[in-house]
Design a protein around this ligand. Structure first.
Ligand SMILES: NC(=O)c1ccc[n+]([C@@H]2O[C@H](COP(=O)([O-])OP(=O)(O)OC[C@H]3O[C@@H](n4cnc5c(N)ncnc54)[C@H](OP(=O)(O)O)[C@@H]3O)[C@@H](O)[C@H]2O)c1
Length: 342
């Protein structure tokens, strides 16, 4: 089989193709002939030595894929060889074959293409659990989505839209026309506009009910000011750690140094909440993941969600995929094509 490895920490070119032994599924596992792998910002961070808990190079990479079941280990039920599936895989989905525990494999909804299957597991479950499990968003609420044009952002917009939630989105200016087409009510060019002022003006000074914020320390402080009464700020990434294509220790130290501190008593008296979310740390709460997948399946059948594929890269150009993401060129998801790789 073919797999992509992070040969050493560094710029996108450290991603290299290598040959490896195709795995045989052990008890409880499923072997998938991978067709497409989703590209996630966390993989950029792992490549740059910025993702705590990722394996050390040389190592495999990738968190999600979609393809056809090729073999099934013992003690697995409910799946069949030849079935179209999508799956989570811990740090190994950039490969022509992916072996995953059966609990991490999901049947592909009929509504989705194989390409869309690779763009679903990480960003849709993350967006769903933040908006509805943590955020408890209800019809009529207002949500502020940072990074609205990205993978998580576009997934969150589709779901919020299905419940008639008012949406404010921040993104680079060139993404605004497409965000408006998707139903975003207020687009903010965060690089040139005052986000707090624009949020206040859009909400008549009420503030928003839920904010999902993967940007970083400075942004979290600003987001906090945008919260209304009983508003919740959900922190789920730190993109400000990433400047340039290689780790910059000064940026990282500056970012860690500027972390906000929140005082419990002032959270109470201001009726605001700060929450954290990490999909990669859900071990022991698989029931909650299953619940989200079932709810998302319903949304797919009802036509409320449909992953947006922005660009497909051949597996021989994984560096190009990472570079494209870091150059902020994607609207929706980037995926890598392994369909022809053996
Ligand atoms: N905690 C979790 O479980 C979890 C799960 C999934 C994703 N995440 C986090 O969610 C965020 C979005 O992930 P994604 O995979 O959907 O990626 P994405 O949003 O598609 O990422 C690319 C976009 O991020 C924005 N961006 C902001 N700072 C950036 C920087 N320093 N370098 C490059 N782009 C930057 C750019 O959009 P604009 O130019 O429009 O701002 C860019 O187009 C990431 O921080 C990721 O780590 C967390």
């Amino acid at each position: 089989m073919k797999q992509i490895v992070i040969s050493k920490y560094g710029a996108p070119e450290v991603l290299q193709v290598r040959d490896a032994e195709t795995p045989t599924p052990k008890s409880g596992e499923i072997l998938i002939k991978n067709h497409f792998s989703g590209v996630n910002f966390s993989e950029v961070m792992a490549r740059m030595k910025l993702y705590p808990g990722a394996p050390k190079p040389p190592c495999t990479i990738g968190g999600e894929c979609s393809g056809i079941i090729e073999a099934i280990g013992e003690n697995v039920s409910g799946f069949s060889v030849g079935q179209r599936v999508m799956a989570f895989s811990k740090f190994k989905s950039y490969a022509s074959h992916v072996c995953s525990p059966a609990g991490m494999v999901m049947p592909l909804p009929d509504e989705f293409s194989l390409e869309q299957g690779a763009a679903f597991p990480v960003v849709y479950i993350t967006a769903y659990q933040m908006l509805f499990d943590l955020g408890n968003l209800r019809t009529g609420d207002t949500v502020l989505i940072h990074g609205a044009g990205g993978g998580v952002g576009t997934a969150a917009i589709q779901m919020a839209k299905s419940l008639e939630i008012k949406i404010i989105g921040t993104a680079s200016k060139w993404k605004h026309p497409r965000l408006k087409e998707m139903g975003v009510d207020c687009c903010i060019d965060y690089q040139h506009e005052d986000v707090v002022e624009k949020v206040k003006s859009f909400t008549n000074n009420k503030g928003v009910d839920v904010i999902i914020d993967p940007v970083g320390a400075k942004n979290w402080k600003m987001s906090y000011k945008c919260l209304g009464i009983m508003g919740k700020l959900i922190i789920f990434g730190d993109q400000d750690l990433v400047t340039g294509f290689k780790l910059n220790p000064f940026t990282a130290i500056k970012e860690l140094w500027s972390m906000p501190t929140y005082k419990p008593m002032s959270l109470m008296s201001s009726n605001k909440s700060i929450m954290g979310y990490h999909l990669g740390r859900m071990q022991g709460a698989e029931d909650k993941l299953t619940r989200s997948v079932l709810a998302l399946n319903k949304m797919a059948i009802q036509g409320h969600i449909s992953p947006i594929i922005n660009k497909v890269f051949p597996y021989t150009d994984a560096p190009g995929a990472h570079r494209y993401m870091q150059e902020r060129k994607n609207f929706g998801k980037i995926i890598i094509d392994f369909s022809q790789a053996e």
